[in-house]
Design a protein around this ligand. Sequence first.
Ligand SMILES: [Zn+2]
Length: 283
Amino acid sequence: MKPAAVMNALTVDVEDYFQVSALAPVIDRASWDSRPCRVERNVQRLLALFERRGARATFFTLGWIAERYPQLVRDIVAGGHELASHGYGHLRASDQSRDEFLDDIRRAKSLLEDIAGQPVLGYRAPSFSIGYGNPWAFDVLQEAGYRYSSSVYPVQHDHYGMPDAPRFAYSARPGLTEVPVTTTRLLGRNLPAGGGGYFRLAPYELSRWAIQRVNRIDRRPAIFYMHPWEIDPEQPRVPGTSLKTRFRHYVNLHKTEARLDRLLGDFSWGRMDEVFNLKHNAS
Ligand SMILES: [Zn+2]
């Protein structure tokens, strides 16, 4: 049964399998250009699936990808989706100096805007890497002209997380809204409810339950996020990774597209800028 007509935000972080932060220790960035790219076909599959289901989404796209696949960027926009930025080179905000971060997010924004011919308002940090150690990142986002960010995940996790951050949209700086990825609150803790590895690794019903809880109890829209490589069981396996990383990256890849199709049918889905009314931030 379809829950009440809350529109949730569907988001895709557009990067390829070899750019994933968890694989960074075993993949030299200098090798990116020589690896077989799979992002184009995977995003095309997502676009086709979203079209079939009448879902609109926000695509947080890497500048590195946009530069190599400008037609893909134009296809995203032509599909009625929101184009947003995932930075240029997939560096964690927390691993960069202020100047490096500014360069990275500016470069991505202007590349995307040049290709799409429209303003890019949103940014998502790789690995949700805005947290306790780098609140200055919000000043830099504001300086670079972004209007919103979706870079904080209010959970406890070994790679990211800011467990006591606000769970819902808040004004991070004048004119800059942070919209944290969705959690559900249970027994005094925030549980992840926004997709990613949890969507692939845990049973589908858990994700559905968590999103319904947010819609019904908090009476808020949820944000769901995923990556194009998560629907690609044929992607090359990267050797030398830890058991934990292999588990997180490769388990259930073959099930994810069907599961996503189900999720698209169980809820209604829209773009970040529309679901959270972020266009009003534009001056
Ligand atoms: Zn990413």
